[in-house]
Write a protein that binds this ligand. Sequence first.
Ligand SMILES: Nc1ncnc2c1ncn2[C@@H]1O[C@H](COP(=O)(O)OP(=O)(O)OP(=O)(O)O)[C@@H](O)[C@H]1O
Ligand SMILES: [Mg+2]
Length: 501
Amino acid sequence: MDILVQNGGPKKRKITFFRILEKNLLMMMNTNHLFIKFGSFLASIMFVKAMYEQYLPHRWRNSISSILYRYMYQFLSSFSPYHHITFEEFTGERFNRSEAFTIIETYLSEKTSEKARRLKGNFVKDGKDLVLGLADNEEVFDEYEGVKVWWKCRRSVSRSQTINIYPGSNDRRNFQLTFHGRNRDLITKSYMAYIIEEGKAITIRKRQRKLFTNVKEQKGATSGRWTLWSHVEFKHPATFDTLGMAESKKNYIMNDLVRFSNAKDYYAKIGKPWKRGYLLYGPPGTGKSTMIVAIANLLEYDIYDLELTMVADNTQLRRLLIETSNKSIIVIEDIDCSLDLTGQRSSMKEEKAKTNEDEKDEVKKVLKDRVQGENKKSQVTLSGLLNMIDGIWSAVGEERLIIFTTNHIEKLDQALIRRGRMDVHIELSYCCFESFKVLANNYLDVKTHRLFETIKGFLEETKMNPADVAENLMPKSLELDVDDCLENLVEALKKAKMDDQ
Ligand SMILES: Nc1ncnc2c1ncn2[C@@H]1O[C@H](COP(=O)(O)OP(=O)(O)OP(=O)(O)O)[C@@H](O)[C@H]1O
Ligand SMILES: [Mg+2]
């Protein structure tokens, strides 16, 4: 409300103002009537406001207003039982987003988006997913162990006159958490720890998983940092459901994996880094690589496919390890062919025997020659690899699986595969009837068939890997004819049996 005193010059007007104010204050103090006291109090405030607007230079007004507001706020909040914690979006360096703010934002986007009335949406993963978050200045409540707290996303626009080259960088956002003072301990200790854990878990759940491979050092496309890994989006439909394997073995492996992924405290208790080694061995085409994908899909981990021949030396191997993220699988496929690691701890006699054996195996010989050629560049040693698996550096990061695959377990150095390094050894073998049933169900949607008994008999007598069984089960035309597919398989099994004899 503006009060104007129009008569007289500015000096006279000022005097009139003070007189009226004085009269009001005197009236307020002298009267016994509550109503008049209150009325004159209000009138005094209005006069002060009018004088303030009339006589105070404009440049002072904002700062005086904010000081007054701050003191009034402090005065009122000293009576309030509620406490506040503020998390700024940017702390310290202006363009470094605060980790706490990001975690809270993620937490609130999932936990409170059902409760908030005003939300804001954003597309992520190249426009495939919609993420909802709290709209600016919207408040929402959350409950923790029966205690209610309030979150508010506050946004203010800086009044600074400087022009900023970064879009939106004049906006300041923060999350304000409000709670009753009597719950202070619970909120600052357990609730905050809970938010951090949940926020991180949600981030991991929602992230786009990646398949990494090691490269010669290059600049990361998004981070701009020099990196040794390049990646693509990880998408592979193989799961434990589609994996042909005896049910009991499958359950054992799945239970072991799930137990591992929930065993953070256990590993801390026994004083071991939170990692586990798996060795998958068996003939070609028995599902080793497929199982790695199934594991990654089960635990929602990233995969780091490490090509050892591309690694210059042990130091680079260590750097590669450091650059891997948590919740990931580090895979070295065909470890027996990757580098000539096997001979380094064996005696000369064993080495010679091994060479003779290899020469029988033509494919392996070609591979070995190639690897020996590439080895000239790579100086990774067995001890370097052992250190990567369980040396001091292996404790960098957590929740990681290291998986080796091989077709020839007998050729590997015992030090490499002993328990503690490769904790679980899983043999993937030729197709058994149980594996066949899983494949038949996947490929043909059949659980029983008159030819099943015949196939069972053949599978017991002959060795066919699941990859070949799967290929025979694939319909050869657009129309799915179960009889045809199963007969194809019977023919193939017959042929394999004759070849074996
Ligand atoms: N146990 C299985 N269950 C389902 N599919 C399988 C299985 N084994 C093999 N396959 C199929 O055969 C193909 C080859 O399997 P995979 O690459 O996993 O074999 P591998 O054991 O890794 O072979 P290699 O030793 O040659 O690397 C896959 O595309 C997969 O579809
Ligand atoms: Mg493979």
